[in-house]
Write a protein that binds this ligand. Structure first.
Ligand SMILES: Cc1cc2nc3c(=O)[nH]c(=O)nc-3n(C[C@H](O)[C@H](O)[C@H](O)COP(=O)(O)O)c2cc1C
Length: 162
């Protein structure tokens, strides 16, 4: 018997993760959404994955583009995580006033992130109400800093020395 949705959510909320923003160019526009379901997959070839909900507007675009970028947020970028999760209803254009560079694949890279991974879609795997999107990294840009951490609806960082 499957566990109920509330227990599933409560259990998974105990997990802590970093926070990424998955970005892409589609139809001449930039799009992006916050995703914490990021993982390293393979070194040879260099593969990563993110799990994208079917109901996300970004989903259909990701299925069509064949390229995307994963922007790993720094500790001070919780506002960006909230913005790209649709938690700032006043912001209709998620890219408004942001400094962007365009990656080799055409995907937008967010300024000041800890790492930006420019990916081509390697494989998609259907899994329940999500698609596991596996990307091959074609270029990576890394900056110094500390990661943003998310757990149980809280945004924060490491406590140093513990
Ligand atoms: C911290 C955090 C992590 C999230 N991780 C994911 C994720 O891994 N996959 C996903 O499909 N949605 C995730 N979401 C929800 C999406 O960011 C949210 O539904 C967003 O509004 C989708 O945008 P879109 O509908 O414009 O594509 C996350 C939200 C938050 C706040």
């Amino acid at each position: 018997m499957a566990i109920d949705a509330a227990l599933f959510r409560q259990s998974l909320s105990q997990w802590a993760s970093g926070v990424t923003v998955v970005t892409l160019a589609h139809g001449g526009e930039y799009h992006g959404m916050t995703a914490s379901s990021f993982s390293s997959v393979s070194l040879t070839p260099p593969l990563i994955l993110v799990c994208i909900a079917h109901h996300a507007a970004t989903h259909a675009r990701l299925m069509e583009t064949g390229a995307f970028a994963v922007n790993i947020l720094a500790e001070h970028q919780a506002d960006l995580g909230k913005r790209f999760a649709g938690m700032m209803p006043d912001i209709t254009d998620r890219f408004a006033d942001l400094t962007i560079t365009t990656a080799e694949t055409g995907s937008p890279l967010l300024d000041g992130v800890l790492a930006a991974l420019d990916c081509r879609t390697h494989q998609t795997v259907e899994a329940g109400d999500h698609t596991i999107l596996i990307g091959e990294i074609v270029a990576a840009h890394v900056n110094p800093g500390e990661p943003l951490i998310y757990s149980n609806r809280r945004w924060g960082g490491f406590r140093q020395g513990e």
